[in-house]
Design a protein around this ligand. Structure first.
Ligand code: S3P
Length: 433
C-alpha cells in the first residue's frame, strides 16, 4: 500500500523511463535478427521482463546492463528453439499477442499463460486472423482466452484481414506472422493504431507499407522476409508514463515541471491534444526524431481546466491514458464525455468499471456508459482507499488524483505500478516534497 496526501507544487524536471511498447518490440525483433541489437533506455518494467523471459526460454541470450542498456544476441528468423516449459507472459497483453504471431511460424509447439488478468483477456481477436493464415492456435480452456497452445507451422499464407478494432497488438501479431507467410499480408484498421511495429520492422530490414484513406482508415502491408538485421535502438520516454506527471503538474497549483524525453509519435500523443483542448499550458521544447519516432521535452504549468469531448479517431491515440484523462476531467469545470472507447473494458481491468468505482469513492460525479464515461467536473475530491484491482494505470492515475485532493489516500497493492513504471512512487515523491 502507498499513502499519499495533498501535494506541494511540482517543480524541476523529470526524465521519463523508456516506452513499454517500443521496449517489447526491440527485444522481439532483436531476437529474430541476425547479429546483435543494442538497446538504450530500455524499460525494465515487469511486462518487458516477461518478454525477455520468454525469449530467453527460447534460447536467446539477452544481457541486462546498467541504466536501461540491453543487448540481445539475435539468432535470426529461424533461430528460436522450443521452450522447455510453458512461456510465462505475466500481465502482458503485448507479449502474448505479438509473440503468438511469431510462434505460429516456429517449428515447435508452445504454450503461453499469464496471470489471472491476462488469462481473462480476449485472444479470439488474434486466434481468428492467425488461424486464417494457417496457424494452429487454440485457447486451451476453450473460452477464447489464454492459456494458448500454438503448434507452429511452416506453411502460413498471406491474407488481408479487416480488423474491426484499431489494435496495435492485433495488427502486430498478424504482421509478425506475415514475415513468415508465402505472400503479402495486409491488415486494415478503422484508424491507424500505434505504428511502432511498422516503423521498427522497416528499420530491422522488413518491407512494410502503410496507406491511409480519406476516412482515416489504414491498410498496412508486409512482405515475406528472409532475414532481419540487428540494430541500435534508443527507446524514447513513454508518453503513457509521462501522462501522470503531465496531469500532476496541471492539477497541483503553482507547479512548473519540465518532463524530458517524451515520445510524441502522433499515433500515441492524443493525451496532449486533449489536455490542450481542456486549457492546459504545455510547451514543447527540444523536438527531435529518430527512426521515425518523435520526442520532445514538455514544459507543463498548472492550469485551470475545462471539460471536453474525447471520441472517435482520437481514442486509439490515447487509449491507455483514459484513466488519467477521467481524473483530469473530475477536476475540470464542466462536463467531459468520453465515448467510442469500449476497448477500455478489455484492458488489464475493465477500466470503465475501475475508474468509475474509484472516482466515485473520491467524491467524483461519473456515469459509466457502454463505451466510455460522462464526468461532471468541479467537485472537490477527498482522500479514500483506492483499489486498483492490480491495474498499474488505475493505481497511477489515482495517485495523481490524491495529490490534488483533500485528506489521505491509500493506494492498495500499489506495487502493481511495476508493470510499466517501477520507480513511479519514488519519482512522484521526489517532485512533491
Ligand atoms: C499496445 C497496444 C494497445 C495498448 C497496450 C500496448 C502495444 O493495446 O493498450 O497497452 O504495445 O501494441 P491494443 O492493441 O489492445 O489496443
Amino acid at each position: 500500500m502507498t499513502q499519499l496526501t495533498n501535494s506541494a507544487p511540482l517543480r524541476g524536471e523529470i526524465t521519463i523511463p523508456g516506452d513499454k511498447s517500443i521496449s517489447h518490440r526491440s527485444v522481439m525483433f532483436g531476437a529474430l535478427s541476425k547479429g546483435t541489437t543494442e538497446i538504450t533506455n530500455f524499460l525494465y518494467g515487469a511486462d518487458c521482463l516477461s518478454t525477455i523471459g520468454c525469449f530467453r526460454q527460447m534460447g536467446i541470450d539477452i544481457e541486462q546492463k546498467e541504466e536501461g542498456r540491453l543487448i540481445v544476441h539475435g539468432k535470426g528468423m529461424r533461430g528460436l528453439s522450443a521452450p522447455g516449459s510453458h512461456l510465462d507472459v505475466g500481465n502482458s497483453g503485448t507479449t502474448t499477442r505479438l509473440i503468438s504471431g511469431i510462434l505460429s511460424a516456429q517449428p515447435f509447439t508452445s504454450v503461453l499463460s499469464g496471470d489471472d488478468s491476462l488469462n481473462s483477456r480476449p485472444m479470439g481477436r488474434i486466434i481468428t486472423p492467425l488461424t486464417r493464415m494457417g496457424a494452429k492456435i487454440e485457447s486451451i480452456r476453450g473460452d477464447g482466452c489464454a492459456p494458448l497452445r500454438i503448434d507452429g507451422t511452416n506453411s502460413l499464407h498471406g491474407i488481408t484481414y479487416h480488423s474491426p478494432v484499431a489494435s496495435a497488438q492485433v495488427k502486430s501479431s498478424i504482421l509478425l506472422a506475415g514475415l513468415y507467410a508465402d505472400g503479402v499480408t495486409s491488415v486494415t484498421e478503422p484508424v491507424l493504431s500505434r505504428n511502432h511495429t511498422e516503423l521498427m520492422l522497416c528499420k530491422f530490414g522488413a518491407s512494410v507499407s502503410t496507406e491511409i484513406s480519406a476516412d482515416a482508415s489504414a491498410r498496412i502491408s508486409i512482405l515475406p522476409c528472409q532475414e532481419l538485421y540487428g540494430q541500435k535502438i534508443h527507446v524514447p520516454g513513454d508518453i503513457s508514463s509521462a501522462a501522470y506527471f503531465i496531469a500532476a503538474a496541471l492539477l497541483v497549483p503553482g507547479s512548473e515541471l519540465l518532463i524530458k524525453n517524451v515520445g510524441t509519435n502522433p499515433t500515441r500523443a492524443g493525451i496532449l491534444k486533449v489536455c490542450q483542448d481542456m486549457g492546459a499550458d504545455i510547451t514543447y521544447v527540444n523536438e527531435t526524431a529518430e527512426g521515425g519516432e518523435q520526442t520532445a521535452d514538455l514544459l507543463v504549468r498548472s492550469s485551470s481546466l475545462h471539460g471536453t469531448v474525447v471520441e472517435g479517431r482520437l481514442i486509439p491515440t490515447l487509449i491507455d491514458e483514459i484513466p488519467m484523462i477521467a481524473v483530469l476531467a473530475a477536476f475540470a469545470d464542466g462536463t467531459t464525455v468520453i465515448r467510442d472507447a469500449a476497448e477500455l473494458k478489455v484492458k488489464e481491468t475493465d477500466r470503465i468499471r475501475t475508474v468509475t468505482e474509484n472516482l466515485t469513492r473520491m467524491g467524483g460525479d461519473v456515469t459509466p456508459t457502454e463505451d466510455g464515461m460522462i464526468i461532471r467536473g468541479g467537485k472537490a475530491l477527498h482522500g479514500t482507499v483506492i483499489n486498483p484491482y492490480l491495474d498499474h494505470r488505475i493505481a497511477m492515475a489515482f495517485s495523481v488524483a490524491a495529490l490534488a485532493s483533500d485528506g489521505v489516500t491509500d493506494i492498495l497493492d500499489s506495487s502493481c505500478v511495476d508493470v510499466s513504471y517501477p520507480g513511479f512512487f519514488a519519482s512522484l515523491k521526489s517532485l512533491t516534497v
